[in-house]
Design a protein around this ligand. Structure first.
Ligand code: SF4
Ligand code: MG
Length: 335
């Protein structure tokens, strides 16, 4: 598989009143042509920072790439000036968010905003852009697209606006679509429709997708590979099959358990793991997961485990080999 995106040893810092905080550290990952990779983890794990770094949107939020490189189809993104990045955004990579109002300007019609993107990237004249925008709205399942073109973002429902945002993201045929919790704000039926739509469009446009989600169920459905993040670092990386059948990291295991234990109120209690993710200003010594890990040893508390090859995947846990042999560990998978 041809690699489309390659992130190598990426670290990102934010400057706040309490000093410089490292939001992600030494993150490396690749996404192949046509592949869907899911970044999973609780909020505060660094998923969004990683994806926004690819778009170089952290530059607008006091953030800075302090180390590492990002290659997208031959371009090294960390070195490009914003002017050149603007040309790539939309055309080679595009992003959809949880909150579609963030993507649209409330004072312009949906149609004019999609047309603007097409014209900015020199993908046609005004008339062609209009036709393409109508076609895209139709393709993402918006009825009466000509009428919708003339509406303002505030006149659309959440689900419709989400579709319109996807249409805008696809306007210039990007190779990489980054979707950050694209369905979290939507009800379950619409969520399923949007996910299905993304899968269809991926095949149709031959795109790669970087999907950010805290929902392991969504990751299972959508991903080819899953990358689990915790407190700014990657802790496990595997195919869906590998991850779900033999999770190697205690945090991954906790995430998987949360799927089976939570069915009623998904939004209020997403994780069954005791405790919370540490703030960036108070990262624990050694393994960052150790205060929440039932298996933490002295070694764990003192020394940070590197991300390394264990069996068929990458994981960052000192005791991974022992766990996969544990009976209790095995039993958990049958839940
Ligand atoms: Fe738990 Fe230790 Fe593994 Fe960290 S390294 S996840 S503390 S067992
Ligand atoms: Mg986020």
């Amino acid at each position: 598989m041809k690699q489309l995106l390659e992130i190598a040893n990426l670290s990102v810092e934010f400057t706040s009143h309490s000093g410089v905080l490292k939001a992600i550290e030494d993150v490396s990952l690749t996404i192949g042509q046509g592949e869907t990779v899911c970044l999973v983890g609780e909020s505060g794990s660094g998923k969004s920072v990683t994806s926004k770094s690819v778009m170089r949107l952290i530059d607008y939020e006091n953030g800075k790439i302090s180390e590492g490189q990002i290659w997208l189809d031959g371009d090294e993104l960390t070195r490009l000036p914003q002017k050149e990045l603007r040309a790539l955004r939309g055309k080679k990579m595009a992003m959809v968010f949880q909150e579609p109002m963030a993507a649209f300007d409330p004072v312009f019609t949906i149609g004019s905003q999609i047309i603007e993107v097409i014209i900015q990237h020199k993908q046609g004249n005004r008339h062609q852009a209009w036709e393409r925008a109508v076609h895209l709205l139709q393709r993402v399942g918006i009825p009466e697209p000509e009428i919708r073109m003339k509406q303002y973002p505030g006149e659309m429902s959440g689900g419709m606006l989400q579709r319109a945002m996807i249409a805008m993201a696809l306007a210039c045929g990007p190779q990489l679509l980054i979707a950050d919790e694209p369905t979290t704000a939507l009800d379950v039926t619409i969520q399923a429709q949007i996910l299905h739509l993304l899968q269809e469009l991926k095949a149709e446009f031959n795109m790669s997708i970087l999907l950010i989600t805290h929902d392991m169920g969504i990751a299972a459905e959508m991903a080819d590979r899953i990358i689990v993040m915790y407190a700014g670092q990657i802790v496990e990386q595997a195919t869906v099959q590998q991850l779900f059948t033999t999770p190697h990291h205690p945090y991954t295991r906790g995430l998987l358990r949360s799927i089976t234990t939570i069915d009623s109120d998904r939004s209020s209690r997403l994780f069954s793991i005791e405790g919370t993710i540490p703030p960036l200003s108070e990262l624990p010594s050694g393994c960052r997961f150790h205060p929440r890990c039932p298996y933490a040893s002295d070694h764990c508390r003192q020394e940070s485990p590197p991300l390394r090859q264990v069996n068929d995947r990458l994981t960052a846990c000192w005791h991974a080999e022992e766990f996969v042999r544990l009976e209790e560990w095995q039993a958990d998978r049958k839940v």
